[in-house]
Design a protein around this ligand. Sequence first.
Ligand SMILES: Nc1nc2c(c(=O)[nH]1)N[C@H]1C(S)=C(S)[C@@H](COP(=O)(O)OP(=O)(O)OC[C@H]3O[C@@H](n4cnc5c(=O)[nH]c(N)nc54)[C@H](O)[C@@H]3O)O[C@H]1N2
Ligand SMILES: Nc1nc2c(c(=O)[nH]1)N[C@H]1C(S)=C(S)[C@@H](COP(=O)(O)OP(=O)(O)OC[C@H]3O[C@@H](n4cnc5c(=O)[nH]c(N)nc54)[C@H](O)[C@@H]3O)O[C@H]1N2
Ligand SMILES: [Mo]
Length: 709
Amino acid sequence: MLVLTKTVRAACPHDCPDTCALLVTVDDGGRAVKLRGDPDHPTTAGSLCTKVAHYLERVYSPDRLLHPQKRVGPKGAGRFARISWDEALDAVARRFTEIGAADPRAILPYSYAGTMGYVQGGSMDRRFFNRLGASFLERTICSSAGGAGYTTTVGAMVGMDAEEFANARLVIIWGANPLLSNLHLWRSLQQAKRRGARLVCIDPLRTETAQRCDLHLAPMPGTDGALALAMMQVLIKEGLIDTDYVARFTLGFEALAARVAEWTPERAALETGLAAADIRQLAIDYGSIRPAAIRMNYGLQRCAGGASAVRAIACLPALVGAWREAAGGVLLSSSGNFAPDAQALERPELYPDKVPRRSINMAAIGNALLSASPPIKAICVYNSNPLAIAPDGTRVRQGFAREDLFCVVLEQFQTDTADYADILLPATTQLEHVDVHRSYGHLYTLANQAAIAPLGEAKPNSEIFRLLAARMGFSEACFAEDDAGIAARAFKAEDARSADPATLAAQGWARLELPRPHAPFAQGGFATASGKCEFYSESLAKMGHDPLPAYVPPHESPRSNPALAERFPLAIISPPARHFLNSTFANLPRFLALEGRPRLLIHPDDARPRGIEDGRRLRIANDRGAFHAWAEVSERIRPGVVAAPSIWWRKLSGDGENANAVTSQALTDRGGGPTFYDCLVEVLPAEDVLGEGLGAGDGNRTHGSSLGS
Ligand SMILES: Nc1nc2c(c(=O)[nH]1)N[C@H]1C(S)=C(S)[C@@H](COP(=O)(O)OP(=O)(O)OC[C@H]3O[C@@H](n4cnc5c(=O)[nH]c(N)nc54)[C@H](O)[C@@H]3O)O[C@H]1N2
Ligand SMILES: Nc1nc2c(c(=O)[nH]1)N[C@H]1C(S)=C(S)[C@@H](COP(=O)(O)OP(=O)(O)OC[C@H]3O[C@@H](n4cnc5c(=O)[nH]c(N)nc54)[C@H](O)[C@@H]3O)O[C@H]1N2
Ligand SMILES: [Mo]
């Protein structure tokens, strides 16, 4: 029998630099039967990561939320009863109206990048909360520190074209793990390697990426700023700088040279735990091999000095003139190449004149829920799973457990956060709705068509906020705009950089109208106030900040906080597990089976004195909280540091906790970012720990810090 199928063009919605172009095959019964990477899209090139290759398992999972529900058990217990959409929307509109009448700032949206689409994550929702006069959410949880640091030096989130990495001769992969979290860049890096490029990876953990590089340097977390300053010291001292580029296209070289003069490799070695000779050699290689590319990712800015570290690293390519070539420079994010029309999408003018503005930083949501003034009385969570992903999980749970907090959650699955909802609303997946995407790793705009009808009673976020707006009597025309209309207007058509709409519609993706090869700063043209690469920043000086690159040490590390390290001698990082995407996919059987159980990588030198053997169940704790994981004793992690591949759902981890039990709500130097990888803990075999003894500094420890020099 002939089965008629159609192919629908889609875009991967997930929070990843690769934003892949997808082709979805739908049968004549309206069921998606196949999903693959678009072979014609240059970066996707027909391949997908393991997670999204199995996206249909997510869409058709028996665990999908398919009906509106209301809570019937205690907060957090996850007991719900099915209700109608009318009942659900009425309940939300009624509570928001009541709370809003007294002070709308008591209502807080909480969203991040569950989907990165503008329609489902950056338009109708923003209009709704603007019109309401709700508190603003500072969406800092991922990249705001790096963004602040990078834009100080370069001016905008613009850097190398990812496709050019294949042509580099030296690539420094810095606080990044492309094989795992930026897979399509990894392909370009392998190409470069085959052509003879030297690959260097800088990461406290010998990741799958680091294992395949020519050189792996493992600094202590949060010390990359010191490394960058020392590299500059060597480059200047050895005369390896491009004086012509520096003279024409940079600002503040003399001041920079004076600043870094003290930063000898020996001094940086003390901070980073690297060998001075390795630091010197890295700088010399960087100053002599062309083209030299740096792939920096957000892994290195989740610490007290995150913005400063990124600011310093972003100075390197201008110093040596690496920007002259398309295959030289640095790439942190490509997002600044795109020109979304925020005004049209979000309608900020809807915010009521008479309501004073109030902002809440999502990276400190625990404290905000427990002590913001005026208090938060309602929270609406969508595209995010704060109970799993936000730092200081104990405080986050206490906040969400407040009996007087009205909590609405829009979700595809019964996440840790969904368990705390009063009203739980079923959201569609990417196959069931329309959207439009930019990327933060490449230079293509992507369109996402709806391939199938919504499952059950699920609705797109956009539609849920549209219906709520109507319920609340918001009569502005923008609340009636449909999803196709929003998508069509997401990017400024008149902006020369925008992708061609006809190509986008026909092909599903379109490259920004940028030259090829694209060397954004070959002739200067930085987006800073001076138009130059700013080693010295007048605007930072005006804000009362240090105008020059500086090293800001971690809040918590044996060197910067020895008293704390007495009790909690190990630094913990919790970078992505390969088969999870933040906490997304971390509930699906295939990926849970692949990850096995929560693990903690610990170096043999740290394991031995603690009596820890491979496979032992461990308790990882500090004053903020504790979680359990199984030991993987390995030289892949440097001494003094442990790594917990993340982010597990708390309720699926075995003890109701995950790595965010120990992380802190302290923020970065600038950008208000979280400091997930700036955290000290002690680790002991779980059985040895009686009650809450550990963490009280009560002599439970039978050994000192294994961190020597
Ligand atoms: N499979 C998978 N892919 C993902 C994600 C995921 O969860 N899973 N997450 C997505 C998201 S939200 C983002 S933001 C991106 C980027 O996600 P990130 O978490 O920024 O991951 P990477 O940038 O690949 O690099 C993180 C690497 O930095 C290392 N690192 C930690 N601390 C330091 C430090 O102080 N210095 C240095 N030099 N290295 C450090 C970690 O060990 C890790 O290997 O990836 C996206 N892609
Ligand atoms: N310890 C530790 N914590 C971290 C990190 C770390 O490395 N270590 N990484 C941090 C980083 S970089 C980030 S970006 C954050 C990520 O934090 P989040 O953005 O919260 O990411 P996810 O955990 O993936 O949660 C996204 C949720 O959105 C839902 N979702 C997806 N699409 C839709 C949709 O269309 N509609 C609705 N309503 N829901 C949808 C998914 O089902 C999922 O539950 O986590 C941070 N937390
Ligand atoms: Mo992120």
